[in-house]
Design a protein around this ligand. Sequence first.
Ligand code: SAH
Length: 251
Amino acid sequence: MVHFVGAGSGAIDLITVRGARLLGKADVVIYAGSLVNPELLSYTKEGCEVYNSAKMTLEEVIEVIKEAESKHKTTVRLHTGDPSIYGAVREQFDALDCLGIKYDVCPGVSSFCGAASSLKAEYTLPDVSQTVIITRAEGRTPVPKKESIKSLSAHRATMVLFLSASLTEKLQKDLISGGYPEETPVAVVYKATWSDEKIYRTTVGRLHETVTQNGLKKTALVIVGDCMGEKYTRSLLYDPAFTTEFREGLI
Ligand code: SAH
């Protein structure tokens, strides 16, 4: 059996209870060493075999799993944040399906949620934005044309950019030409929820300058949108005059 487990965004107590239990039972752990906090390996039992997938190909990962399966061992494949976001898990699921190896998935706290907690932010503020766009700037990995930053910027929604800290020169231009005013607030969160986390508040017009001046190249999220600003209206849900299924409005 293989368990794909979301490690959470960094702090080791942000893994789920289920994820920690699965780690504790695993005979083999393959963790994404480029981003997963290695301190999470302290949850493993003695004698657990540990592999760092940062140095492995998909084929090598599958080979380790196959070998473990042949010995009836339990494997945990530990991915950073939540496995469903830029986790390269689908290709692993499909390879395991082909081999008839059983697996399941345990979710994790994605870094965009970890970052919101660090920022004490709400991405979906009434009258500001009710939409969160999760995307990335195009680098060596292509992004479908229909999802260009320029076209997504037209919505002026909350936008969370993964894998983009080294691409901010073009990103800034595309955000502006797409529709975000230069003064739109931006937060760059480096290593959200890790002990060396850093938060930088800037604007779309100063994004590239902020990122380069602070030497941010990886393990950072760029969060764009007016939800990072001051203005919003309060929710209807908790408005005394608003009737809901659970509460009669006053008026
Ligand atoms: N599955 C992960 C994302 C993996 S892609 C998740 O759900 O968070 C790797 C990218 O995620 C990094 O380049 C960075 O943009 C972002 N990232 C991962 N952990 C982060 C953290 N703790 N703080 C800020 N960004 C992080």
